[in-house]
Ligand binder design. Structure first.
Ligand code: UTP
Length: 281
């Protein structure tokens, strides 16, 4: 099967990390199940993927992450209990997701980094382009969601796409940072020329940071297989995407919308306030 003109159907959710910044909450509960208001982080991600037209969700889990599988399944006992009561509609949204999507899971046995988690997903994705959502980056937009915007970019350029945002220069050490050239007289689409994982500000090529949304072409799996552990001894997806970039095959897209880093306490609280105020408004 060629790579060209394939519609993206699948979304990979690497969700095997330990979430140490949220200990002790994440000791027995997956970070992806922490709720912003009443919805777990991963449900926001699945909704964003579905809105972008993807209905096959491939989730990389690990030990202690079973709650994710249970969340995207029917709970007969609970549903029986609240059937016909005023609480029944509280399950409408999640029921509708379950009806519209298929979910598949595989476990990452050793947590060797995001690149390794994505490679673990090959068995669920196969030989087709796919999206990746890191559910702890919670994105929101009044119009098209970030993933939907990225699919449009992919359809035009037919290569890997990373979502970027400008961050304060002193924060570059938290992100993969890109350098690139604006293409086609756009204001927000770059052809990536370089990428550095978590650089010190003095080594960062720019302040354009990759956030947790990617579209990847399936050649990434062969590249990841050959990728040696990088920063922090982990297999870094940034190193693999850089290989594609060196062949001119990566676009960075400055998305329209807002992102909350719900992998950090500050970002999580900000997201909670934001969604709470939106509900109130
Ligand atoms: P993070 O860097 O946020 O790590 O991973 P973490 O373990 O989730 O959280 P902290 O830093 O200990 O608090 C980024 C994303 O990559 C996934 C995580 O689940 C998260 O979505 N990941 C990371 C894996 O699936 N496997 C890994 O081996 C590493």
């Amino acid at each position: 099967m060629g790579e060209k003109n394939l519609r993206i159907r699948k979304c990979l959710f690497p969700a095997a990390g330990y979430g140490t910044r949220f200990l002790p909450a994440t000791k027995a509960t997956p970070k992806e199940m922490l709720p912003v208001l009443t919805k777990p982080l991963i449900q926001y991600g699945v909704e964003e993927a579905l809105e972008a037209g993807l209905n096959t969700m491939a989730i990389i889990t690990g030990r202690g992450k079973r709650a994710i599988e249970d969340h995207f399944d029917i709970s007969y006992e609970l549903e029986q209990q609240i059937k016909g009561t005023s609480k029944e509609p509280l399950l409408d949204e999640i029921r509708s997701l379950i009806d519209q999507c298929t979910f598949s899971y595989t476990r990452q046995v050793e947590m060797k980094g995001l690149g390794h988690a994505i490679l673990t997903g090959e068995t669920l994705i196969g030989n087709e382009p796919f999206a990746v959502v890191l559910a702890d980056d919670l994105c929101t937009n009044g119009n098209d969601g970030v993933l939907k915007q990225m699919i449009d970019v992919y359809e035009k350029y037919q290569c890997s796409v990373v979502a970027i945002e400008e961050v304060p220069m002193d924060q570059t050490y938290k992100y993969g940072v890109i350098a690139g050239k604006l293409v086609d007289n756009t204001e927000n689409i770059y052809r990536v020329t370089n990428m550095v994982e978590k650089p010190d500000p003095k080594d960062a090529p720019t302040n354009m940071a990759i956030i947790g949304r990617y579209i990847l072409t399936p050649d990434i799996f062969d590249i990841l297989r050959e990728t040696k552990p990088g920063k922090n001894g982990e297999i870094q997806v940034t190193d693999a995407i850089l290989k594609q970039a060196k062949n001119g095959k990566v676009i960075a897209y400055k998305f329209d919308g807002q992102r909350f880093d719900c992998g950090s306490i500050d970002g999580f609280v900000e997201a909670t306030n934001y969604f709470y105020n939106r509900v109130e408004a």
